[in-house]
Ligand binder design. Structure first.
Ligand SMILES: *Cc1c(COP(=O)(O)O)cnc(C)c1O
Length: 368
């Protein structure tokens, strides 16, 4: 990422947004929050948007809105950011992990179906790295079994998915609830923490709004135990400016990805990210795989020495994290997730990456 350069280009508009909030003085639930929610709703094809404090709270609130009994099972992919699991664990629900597909990093549909039990309370899919998981199958499965579907859309805001019926939906709006994060490095990033929930169900939108604000229906009248999880007015005002750039930034990321694809396809021992033809890909990350043992770490060090930062998303799968040892999973239980942790490498990708910078990176990777 180059957030400093990205923000420099937007400086006058960001300054104006900041000054507006300072002069109005409504720092919590100020007018910018509702305006941002309405604008994002329009961008997402009309789904209700409920802003909140961060993407992890969004997942927690999504699960709270389902009002599941204690100990209900929540199916979560084994290859994801820890927050997806953390929300369920904190609520006293039982995370049930399933492996992913090696090509798309998306949840493995057969494994998902096999993990369903009478105690399953929710299915959570993650649109990892910017491409939708197999919504066609998972939406059908969730509908058939009457299990609510949550989409963790922290990485794929702006992506769309086309069903076999021809219907096209915005990522995060196909299930019962979608969640996203405005962490600064996400595709739509605030200048601090932020998050939001999406739903097409008006009653659920009202419930989520209440849950995010101390469970209150009106000030000092509390229907439910909620959270204090609101998007700051200041962040909403800044996000309104950045939302205006999202479509252009997504196109710029896609152009970078297309150039990487063309240059890196067919290199021995390297796999470029697989594209699911049903989904657009907004390339939150451009994640390659180095399939020969040890080569991923060697390439990472080589690029580091040449001044090219890369990241490993994620080095250790969630089921092998000490915090989740209590779930009782063992090494070897999710072989694809475990293998991916040793193979994946995310290359620099952001809207302002220059052709020259990218040519330098491509040259280093190809020669290596
Ligand atoms: C970033 C992220 C989150 C958490 O968002 P925060 O705003 O940092 O709490 C959750 N899930 C996934 C997949 C993410 O990438």
């Amino acid at each position: 990422m180059d957030l400093v350069a990205e923000h420099a280009a937007l400086q006058p508009a960001l300054d104006e947004a900041l000054r507006g909030v300072l002069s109005e003085g409504a720092f919590i639930q100020g007018p910018a929050v509702a305006l941002f929610a309405a604008e994002l709703s329009e961008y997402l094809g009309g789904a209700h948007v409920i802003p909140c404090a961060n993407g992890t709270d969004a997942l927690t609130l999504a699960l709270m809105s389902l009002e599941l009994p204690a100990g209900a099972e929540v199916i979560v992919p084994a290859f994801t950011y820890v927050a997806t699991l953390e929300a369920a664990a904190l609520l006293g629900l039982q995370p049930v992990l399933v492996d992913v597909e090696p090509a798309t990093f998306a949840v493995d549909m057969q494994a998902l179906e096999a993990a369903v039990t009478p105690r399953t309370g929710a299915i959570v899919v993650v649109h990892l790295f910017g491409q939708c998981a197999g919504l066609e199958q998972v939406v059908a499965l969730a509908a058939r079994l009457g299990i609510p579907l949550i989409e963790d859309n922290a990485q794929a805001i702006g992506a769309t998915y086309r069903f076999a019926s021809g219907e096209t939906v915005a990522a995060g709006t196909a299930g019962a609830v979608g969640t996203t994060s405005f962490f600064p490095s996400k595709n739509l990033g605030a200048l601090g923490d932020g998050g939001a929930l999406f739903t097409r169900d008006a009653a659920r939108a009202t419930l989520l709004q209440q849950l995010a604000n101390h469970g209150q229906s009106r000030k000092y009248y509390h229907q439910r135990i909620g959270l204090n999880s609101r998007l700051d007015t200041l962040q909403a005002a800044l996000l309104r400016v950045k939302l205006g750039r999202l479509a252009a930034n997504t196109a710029a990321r896609q152009a970078v990805a297309t150039r990487y694809d063309a240059a890196l396809a067919g290199l021995a021992g390297l796999e470029i990210p697989a594209r699911d033809p049903r989904s657009t890909h907004v390339f939150h990350q451009y994640t390659i795989k180095l399939t020969e043992a040890g080569r991923r770490d060697e390439l990472k060090s080589h690029l580091q020495r040449c001044g090219v930062p890369t990241m490993i998303y994620y080095p250790l799968p969630v089921h092998l994290q000490p915090a989740y040892a209590y779930l009782g999973y063992a090494a070897g239980q999710f072989p694809v997730a475990e293998r991916l942790c040793g193979q994946v490498l995310s290359l620099p990708i952001h809207p302002l990456l220059t052709g020259e910078q990218q040519a330098y990176i491509i040259g280093l990777v190809s020669k290596f």
